[in-house]
Design a protein. Sequence first.
Length: 258
Amino acid sequence: MGAQTVVTDVADELARRVATGELAPGDLMPSVRQVAEEFEMNRATAQLVLGRLESYGFVDAHRGRGFTVRDVRRAGGVDVYRRLFRLSMPAPELAAEMFGNIVAAERAIVLEALLDYTASEQSADAATLTAAVDELETEARSAEPDHARMLELEVDLVRTVLTDLGHTLQRAVLNSVGEMLFEVPEAVEAYFAVSADLHVLVWRALLAVWESETGPSQAQLALFEDLFAMYHTKVLARFDELVGLDTDSGEQRHSATA
């Protein structure tokens, strides 16, 4: 195992302790000597570990005092949240809370994008969108659908819609959300709490609406929003199940906040 791998692994372990609350904001991090002793490494490597944590944005360096834990949930940016989410998996309640926040952001962006695109004069290449949905359907009908690939295709479809709408900030946030999801297998699987075929059916229905001249009625739009909310409730409950939380209480909690 190379030195850089050791530095990354140990830095991730210490970052996990921050993510799960074992090390609280303001706490003094283990010293170079303590890190070296606990992980059986030399002090130069231990210093690199603590420097890596500082580059992650998890600690602040203080001359003469060492490193203290930052309040990463309050002050951290998207990259910090991404690492926090990945490292929070050993703490199911925390992981579920963070996943709920990610889903809320994704849901708001995607729903707004699809509704805005439906109401606009679409200019995205219909053949490109259709080809992506065709690939989605091929994957869904395979013996063992690759859910990560399917989610990637769906994110790319929404990205195309956002680009056509000129919603560049939302597209950037969606890209960050996608990166968070793809690093956590449980998160990807949760998005397929319903059959993969249903994902295809929804996109086919959207394509049909976008290709029609009449557009959907208000009742149809309202139904779509309701179904979208129900789908995300199932996604949250499925994630709870995958990380080991009680699914019944999860269903009730997510239904109450849907």
